[in-house]
Design a protein around this ligand. Structure first.
Ligand SMILES: Nc1ncnc2c1ncn2[C@@H]1O[C@H](COP(=O)(O)OP(=O)(O)OP(=O)(O)O)[C@@H](O)[C@H]1O
Ligand SMILES: [Mg+2]
Length: 368
């Protein structure tokens, strides 16, 4: 199913929850909605499912206006954020549920439902669990059953709201790979909500980054990682170090920073902010530089250095422990910071919320 969303707005009381969304999803695509808590992901999913209605905007699916369709007419499989299997029903009955509650005219016969459930059990690799009750399953097994229940009605559109939320990392990775397989085997269009970056990027064809009711960026993993479209996306993608710089003739400059690795671009002069990931900062011993190493911590593979500027500003650097000459980067040492990659945006005005910052004036790439 091809989905076309435009001008979608939703308020709950005084809160703008969706502030004008534009989104096109093509048939068979797996799209991840990624964003912090409260950014409107579930609300968007519910509107698509017909469980919530927008104040204004369009939602068309294969050219049909879905805002005129009731939820039960949309043929959607939905796995909720806080899913619940029916505890008093076996796995088999949970899977059959969506088919048995259909209106009589559309309801398949008992034998057809039983065969369908058998096929699903096999497909989900949970045949051996068919007669157990939800309370007798592990978290990962329950997630599979929840997905199976959504798939039972052969949805043309599968909506998954953090379906792996409560599981540990290893099981999530397994289920992710498995879900990708299910998606490919069924050919359904799938929208998947997560606030886990790794999950979004590994699973999805495209990632939609949401922040405070807006779509901040739509793209592939590499583009969003290397070219964040806004300060919000830069921060969300881990560029947590913000360094004030001055743009001059196409180059960012600041005392104590070595920015040679950043490509030169045509830019207006003036104050700007450089957003950098801690792993893209290399402290270099320099007795004349204004940065000082305040503390150093190891997590085994990496050293995290907390760096303090003479003005009080703070930055952090993550460096591979083996690559470091430990004596030279000890607490107290003066260093300049070589920045390997980063994104630049015009300096945010005092008192202006991040969400009102418009387009980036440039993106910088490492010249490596
Ligand atoms: N029924 C409702 N009534 C009032 N406010 C609501 C309602 N549903 C959601 N909200 C508010 O809308 C905003 C977006 O909520 P939503 O559930 O869409 O966020 P989310 O991105 O799914 O967050 P999370 O990652 O925590 O699940 C939140 O501020 C939430 O409090
Ligand atoms: Mg949610």
């Amino acid at each position: 199913m091809a989905i076309s969303i435009s001008g979608l707005r939703k308020r709950f009381g005084q809160t703008d929850v969706l502030r004008g969304l534009e989104l096109e999803i093509t048939k068979g695509e797996l799209v991840a909605l990624l964003g912090p808590s409260g950014s409107g992901k579930t609300t968007l999913l519910k509107i698509i499912a017909g469980l919530e209605w927008p104040d204004t905007g369009r939602l068309e699916v294969d050219g049909e206006n879905w805002l005129e369709l009731a939820a039960q007419d949309r043929r959607i499989g939905f796995v909720f954020q806080h899913y619940a299997l029916f505890p008093h029903m076996s796995v088999r009955d949970n899977l059959a549920f969506g088919l048995t509650v259909r209106p009589r005219a559309q309801r398949p016969g008992k034998a057809v439902i039983a065969a369908k459930v058998q096929e699903l059990l096999h497909f989900l690799q949970i045949t051996h669990l068919a007669d157990r009750f939800p309370g007798q399953l592990s978290g990962g097994q329950r997630q599979r059953v929840a997905l199976g229940r959504a798939l039972a009605i052969e949805p043309k559109l599968l909506l998954l709201d953090e379906p792996f939320g409560a599981l540990d990392a290893a099981i999530r990775r397994d289920l992710r790979r498995w879900l990708r397989g299910v998606h490919e085997a069924t050919g359904s269009t799938t929208i998947f909500v997560t606030h886990d970056q790794e999950e979004a990027f590994e699973l999805a064809d495209r990632v939609v980054v949401m922040g405070e009711g807006r779509i901040e960026q739509i793209g592939h993993a590499d583009t969003i990682h290397d070219h964040p479209a806004s300060p919000f996306v830069a921060r969300f993608m881990g560029a947590t170090v913000e360094l004030p710089v001055t743009l001059q003739a196409g180059r960012p400059e600041a005392a104590g920073l070595d920015l040679q690795a950043l490509a030169r671009r045509a830019l207006p002069d003036g104050p700007a902010t450089l957003f950098v990931r801690p792993e893209d900062i290399r402290p270099v011993p320099d007795s004349a530089a204004p940065w000082r190493i305040e503390s150093r911590m190891s997590n085994g593979a990496h050293l995290r250095l907390v760096l303090r500027h003479a003005t009080g500003a703070e930055a952090e650097a993550d460096i591979p422990r083996r690559a470091v000459q430990a004596e030279a980067l000890a607490p107290g040492a003066s260093v300049r910071l070589r920045v390997e990659a980063g994104a630049i945006f015009p300096a945010e005005r005092q008192g202006t919320a991040a969400t009102t910052v418009s387009q980036p004036i440039l993106k910088l790439e490492s010249s490596k």
